[in-house]
Design a protein around this ligand. Sequence first.
Ligand SMILES: [Zn+2]
Ligand SMILES: [Zn+2]
Length: 325
Amino acid sequence: MPRTTGAVPHVDAQCGQRTEFALAWCLLAWYALEEPMGSEAERSGLLRLRFWGVRGSYPTPGPATMRIGGNSVCMEVRGGKHCLVFDAGTGLIGLGRQLVEERQRGTVHLFLSHYHHDHIEGLRFFLPVHDRKWRTVVYGPSLPGARVDRVLSRSMAPPFFPVALEELPGQLELRAVSSGSTVRFDSPIGLQVRARISQAHPKLGVALYRIEAEGRAIVYATDIESARGGFNDVVEFARGADVLVHDAQYTEDEYRDALRSRVGWGHSTVAMACAAARAAAVKQLVLYHHDPSHDDRLMRALERDARKQFRASSVAFEGLELAVD
Ligand SMILES: [Zn+2]
Ligand SMILES: [Zn+2]
């Protein structure tokens, strides 16, 4: 990867349609040089993860979930000077607050796995999209009948929200990704994000993302049902990764419950996540997209159980930070 200072990433030709709002482009030239995020010390690691929301389906605040956290899904990855974010659940709101406290302007690259509410509900309260000095590039999968610009325009408009997407003061760019898309960042560490669409989530499917730099990799695989094709999709995509962040919404008993089976709901069990981690020979597994009914006590038990099946397992919690060096 050439060492350059320009920071606007490009999307490969095979990436499919790119959609930008005209307003955003008018304001962009000045921001073509992206300012570094974080301090020099923080930038010393290769890839750094932080979880801002770990809950699937809907937020679940309260005393029983204080340790794990109640916000819906959002994971941040810092690579060099770039700030990448995966999913826009309510966890994104806290990240937005921190970013605008950290600095006055910057660029955030937000990758959406799909458009279920728990993955987009934080976007409308994400401070950078309300600040004209901030640029947010949103990458969303092109799923049947669901293109990122149309979906977000529909979700953020009256009567659902008083401010329409195109009225947001922040600089917003929307880019479609499809299976095989690679977003490459101008970066001395060769930072790139690859996408793969899996059909192992109901109706429209879901995008998996693989974040790579200098031969290291983090794979983001949420909202995927291992027993319905997700296993093969993840194992192939995550092979040899340093960190696999995998959907683990259910216990085995819940998944196979005789009266209220979760089969076909598009999520995996802890055991399925561990099996995928073993088969893909990843170094570390992070269990993610926790069921909102699972309190801290149950999550601790699930982590113990997971470690018997895959030793390097952890339950994601709000504030968990990991470094890949
Ligand atoms: Zn979800
Ligand atoms: Zn979903």
